[in-house]
Design a protein around this ligand. Structure first.
Ligand code: PAF
Length: 289
């Protein structure tokens, strides 16, 4: 299990990636904020199936946090992350400091468009501007052939696809399915901040989506939303920010389910606070059983 090379500056990482490309190898990239879990390993495995060499970035990007406390509390187990990358066959880990990514004088940013105006974007001011800014920098440093993103962050995936199209970035964006615990909770780096009581309460998040999916089979948008909210109402420790049923292309809420009862046409997403931990999840409203 060879240890990946760990780079901490953009210049070192760029010149290594240039060498890899010169040798004729393709680069698959998995951008992360660290605290790696099985969900990230699934993204790395996916990247391995599509590219010769896999690079993982580990950078808790300050520009995508709209609350300082959330940024400070974000877990940073870098040694464990590097070990997991080694076990997963990652060739290089890019783990820059904040100052290396945003040195004194940094002032140019990328702005996400209307896709960022709903759901996460509506609740986390500037979040997606921070995401597209850091990704533009990471893509420019690594120039990967492809980058793999989890569908758990469905809105992020849509915005990143828009980013590479709009700015003509030469990288293929690949989406990979959400990995879940046996009780349905989507894997997230934030889950490790849940104590036992909060972890039990967090089951309400996937259950709310289950309830909405069941209600949507014969019911309306309102029926599905009400079913999800009933689950949250029965879980006093869990406070939803939103539950939204939306078109997966525009990310806009859909007024009716008529003509939509087909997989891939309609999605449901939620974000909820469990104690001081904010969790997100989403599913296809008409996924195949
Ligand atoms: O999904 C994440 O972990 C982050 O938003 C990303 C894509 C690594 C950008 O910082």
């Amino acid at each position: 299990m060879p240890t990946p090379i760990v780079f901490s500056t953009p210049d070192e990482q760029r010149s290594w990636a240039d060498d890899v490309r010169r040798q004729g190898s393709t680069i698959g990239f998995v951008p992360t904020m660290g605290a790696l879990h099985r969900g990230h390993i699934a993204l790395i495995d996916h990247a391995h199936s599509l590219a010769d060499v896999v690079v993982v970035s580990v950078f808790v990007n300050p520009r995508q946090f709209n609350q300082r406390a959330d940024f400070d509390a974000y877990p940073r187990p870098i040694d464990d992350d590097v070990q997991q990358c080694a076990a997963a066959g990652v060739a290089a880990v890019f783990a820059p400091t904040g100052a290396a990514m945003y040195p004194q004088g940094f002032e140019t940013t990328v702005t996400a468009g209307p896709l960022a105006s709903t759901m996460e974007g509506a609740h986390r001011d500037g979040h997606f501007d921070g995401v597209v800014t850091v990704l533009t920098k990471l893509f420019s440093i690594l120039r990967p052939d492809l980058a793999v993103f989890g569908e758990k962050d469905f809105q992020q995936l849509a915005i990143v696809r828009r980013l590479v199209t709009d700015l003509d970035l030469d990288v293929e964006i690949v989406g990979a399915p959400t990995v879940r615990e046996p009780d349905g909770l989507a894997l997230s780096s934030r889950n490790r901040r849940l104590d036992a009581t909060a972890r039990a309460a967090a089951r309400a998040v996937p259950r709310a989506l289950d309830a909405a999916i069941a209600a949507a089979r014969d019911g309306s948008v309102d029926d599905a939303l009400r079913a999800a909210c009933d689950v949250f109402d029965a879980a006093p420790q869990v406070h939803p920010d939103y539950v939204e049923i939306f078109d997966p292309n525009t990310l806009r809420p859909v007024p009716t389910l008529e003509g939509r009862r087909v997989p891939g046409t309609t999605r449901i997403a939620t974000a909820a606070h469990v104690g001081d931990v904010r969790l997100i999840d989403n599913r296809d409203l008409f996924e195949r059983a």
